[in-house]
Design a binder for this molecule. Structure first.
Ligand SMILES: C[S@@+](CC[C@H](N)C(=O)[O-])C[C@H]1O[C@@H](n2cnc3c(N)ncnc32)[C@H](O)[C@@H]1O
Length: 282
């Protein structure tokens, strides 16, 4: 029997404490995001349209689907797409970007002839973060073409990654990009701007869950940005993640966390440089 409808909409029941707890456990287990009790209205609001489109009338029914009828984990990916917060913008917390494209790049330039420079933006959301770093670095590289600069952008959210791969942003999403960089690296298209091919060929995007025990990535990356995602995780998850991220950074390379995510305890092998920015020492 079809679920009851009001004016063509399925009438979805309230999010019960029990269903919320089941969802909370699923999200925690699958991606590390801690949903406190105050997040209940947000979860309800983000999932209600999905329940409607599945013509489901209760959140318990939805959790049953996730737990028992989702063999290829497509609905789980859909849930995580809806639960994650993908808020980001060009040149967000630019203190780290300025450091990478300034002092850090200078130290590489002084060290020798052009070479590969590799970065990883873990939790890159819709791609503005790697694009900002690339623009800032390429702007300062003499004969940029001889320097092989590439950044890997990873995230859990399929939807955010799709947008990142398109390299297309609306006028309002462009508002934090300085005008000279907009002119140099984007061209106007209907509804907004498109990142240039030269920029996009230097960034690769992939889906990667930061909760994985290990990451299938090289271990000599020059810098890792993992910003504004750890705030959603609990203490032990953060600490373990920092250790895993470190193992992918070459000695002398950098780790940037969100400015609100500075490490409270000293981590052996990480030397603080400035707000939430660390150098791997050994
Ligand atoms: C607020 S955005 C931060 C984007 C960017 N780093 C910045 O600082 O502007 C947080 C991102 O973390 C991603 N995320 C959340 N949990 C994750 C996980 N377990 N693995 C990978 N990415 C995750 C979300 O999908 C979201 O795009």
């Amino acid at each position: 029997m079809n679920a009851p409808t009001i004016g063509g909409f399925v009438e979805v029941g309230d999010l019960t404490d029990r269903a919320f707890e089941r969802l909370r456990q699923t999200v925690l287990r699958e991606c590390g995001i801690v949903l406190g009790p105050h997040k209940k209205p947000l979860v309800r609001c983000r999932l209600q349209p999905r329940l409607r489109s599945l013509r489901m009338k209760s959140y318990d029914q939805y959790v049953d689907l996730l737990e028992n009828h989702d063999p290829d984990r497509q609905e789980l990916a859909e849930l995580l797409d809806r639960i994650t917060t993908n808020q980001t913008h060009f040149f967000r917390e630019r203190i780290h970007i300025d450091h990478v494209a300034g002092e850090f790049l200078d130290s590489i330039l002084e060290a020798g002839p052009p070479r590969e420079i590799r970065g990883w933006c873990a939790a890159c959301s819709m791609g503005q973060e790697p694009a900002s770093i690339l623009m800032a670095m390429l702007d300062r590289l003499p004969g940029g073409g001889r320097w092989d600069v590439k950044i890997l952008g990873t995230d859990l959210s399929r939807r955010a990654l799709q947008k990142a791969m398109s390299g297309r942003y609306t006028e309002s999403e462009m508002s934090s990009l300085p005008e000279p960089l907009r002119k140099r690296w984007t061209s106007p298209v209907s509804g907004g701007y498109q990142l240039s091919r030269d920029l996009l060929r230097r960034v690769k995007f992939a889906r990667l869950n930061l909760l994985r025990e290990s990451f299938p990535l090289r271990s000599d990356v020059d810098f890792v940005f993992c910003r504004n995602v750890m705030i959603y995780f609990d203490g032990p998850t953060r600490a373990a993640l920092v250790r895993r991220l470190m193992s992918h950074i070459r000695p002398g390379g950098l780790l940037a966390l969100g400015v609100a995510e500075a490490l409270i305890d000293k981590v052996p092998g990480l030397q603080p440089i400035t707000t939430s920015l660390y150098r791997r020492t050994g």
